[in-house]
Design a protein around this ligand. Structure first.
Ligand code: NAD
Length: 424
């Protein structure tokens, strides 16, 4: 009898190992030589900084911050900054490489980067957060800039954080430099359409997938996990074009209506009660049960590692649209492929956010701002092109969509490195 291999979820869910598994599979398929693999894998620069901050009660505390620039081969590094108690350099490094591949799939002129500060924002005052942000920015001021590395919001950072970073950077440079970060408030150089961009990108790629599978939008039943920026916006935009959002799953419960939920009313209900539970336009159901309902589109838009080797066999969707980053582990990929699920991998599906961030940077550098229609038209063009680039690659190389997206990305970055040559 063959002994059963124990499922090591901790290993399976490690972001760096997950990134490496996808990288290796794509590099093998491309037949990349060892030297190029080494160059593509190695982060271009990693900075660790100490952030001394005076707390409100007069104590002096020292926080640790990171900024990793994984690649600058195709342009400035680009990626968010997260504040969380469990931030690690491994995680930041993995997320930075993810950004390199995402920007390459969208074919926008960026590399990839990510930053993080180890802190617990739930116990910090606004004043403390501002001082952490400004001192962190001062510590990395020589390593960021519109032509160097352009941060953006991520977990627990927002428009206000970006405004503080922009101001601190500008004070050091003795001039206002709005293009140093994206995700800024609209009246400080932000872009129209940015809050909806990731959800809109999910809608656009899902529409293309439905077309490919011969399913009409009005026949599309959607299950969404996470009703925040990405999931909420996607739900709103999807219902507008006729999809039926039959279930929404949050951390504290799930609601279901086989005829389709009234998404705007559900948003209002959550605003009033603080939860999606007990919504009069649907019934409460078990969160696990909701996740594995039969549907055309499953849209995880909450967090990473929700589909693993333990549960991927229960998925009953035709299309998996990865709104979140890393919702599927590498072993779960094979299970989904065996089931014939059409996967829109995160580095394709949620690329709408970084694409409109790119538009924000372009507008800031031009000092000329676009209306929302123009932003949305240009976003659609990029998302549709990326979808077709990935699916053509998948068909011509006979690989699944995720492997195709990684192959395309690695190929584009490797090509840039070859053209530039290795400076010595
Ligand atoms: P958000 O905080 O606005 O929304 C996340 C939602 O998920 C919240 O409503 C939260 O309550 C819910 N949630 C948390 N844990 C959950 C659980 N266990 N089950 C169900 N729901 C849960 O965050 P967001 O900006 O929408 O980001 C969601 C995901 O999308 C993240 O993985 C993020 O990295 C990724 N992403 C976001 C963007 C963007 O532009 N916002 C771009 C690319 C990728």
């Amino acid at each position: 009898m063959i002994a059963e291999i124990p499922v090591d979820l901790e290993h399976e869910c490690n972001p760096w190992l997950a990134a490496e598994a996808r990288f290796n599979r794509a590099a093998d398929k491309l037949g990349l030589d060892d030297g190029m693999r080494k160059v593509l894998k190695a982060p271009a620069r990693e900075v660790t900084v100490s952030i001394p901050v005076m707390l409100d009660d007069g104590r002096l505390e020292v926080f640790t911050g990171y900024r990793v620039q994984h690649s600058i081969a195709r342009g400035p590094a680009k990626g968010g900054i997260r504040y969380a108690p469990d931030v690690t350099i491994d995680e930041v490094r993995a997320l930075a490489s993810w950004m390199t591949w995402k920007c390459a799939v969208a074919n926008i002129p960026y590399g990839g980067g990510k930053g993080g500060v180890i802190c617990d924002p739930t116990v910090l005052s606004m004043g403390e957060l501002e001082r952490i942000t400004r001192r962190y920015t001062a510590a990395i001021v020589d390593f960021i800039g519109p032509e160097v590395d352009v941060p953006a919001p991520d977990m627990n950072t927002n428009e206000q954080t970006m405004a503080w970073i922009m101001d601190t950077y500008s004070m050091h440079h003795r001039q206002t430099v709005t293009a140093v970060v994206t995700g800024k408030p609209l009246n400080l150089g932000g872009s129209r359409g940015r809050p909806e961009a990731t959800g809109r990108g999910c809608l656009i790629s899902t529409l293309e997938a439905l077309k490919k599978l011969g399913i009409g939008p009005t026949d599309a039943r959607v299950v969404i996990q996470g009703f925040g920026n990405v999931g909420g916006m996607a739900a709103k935009l999807m219902t507008k074009v006729g999809f039926k959002v039959i279930a929404v799953i949050e951390w504290d419960g799930a609601v279901y209506n086989p005829k389709g939920l009234d998404v705007l009313a559900l948003m209002q209900h959550r605003k009033e009660t603080g939860s999606i539970v007990d919504f009069s336009g649907g019934e409460n159901i078990d969160r696990e049960e909701a996740m594995f309902l039969e549907c055309e589109v499953l849209l995880p838009a909450a967090k990473e590692n929700v589909l693993t080797s333990l549960n991927a066999h229960r998925v009953r969707c035709k299309i998996l649209c990865e709104g979140a980053n890393g919702p599927t582990t590498a072993p779960a990929d094979d299970i989904l492929a065996d089931k014939g699920v059409f996967v829109l991998p995160d580095i394709l599906a949620n690329g709408g956010g970084v694409t409109v961030s790119y538009f924000e940077w372009v507008q800031d550098r031009q000092g000329f701002f676009w209306n929302e229609d123009l932003v949305n038209t240009r976003l659609e063009e990029i998302m549709v092109n990326s979808f077709h680039d990935v699916t053509s690659y998948s068909e011509s190389h006979k690989v699944d969509n995720r492997t195709a997206a990684y192959m395309l990305a690695l190929d584009r970055v490797a090509f840039a490195i070859k053209l530039r040559g290795i400076y010595a």
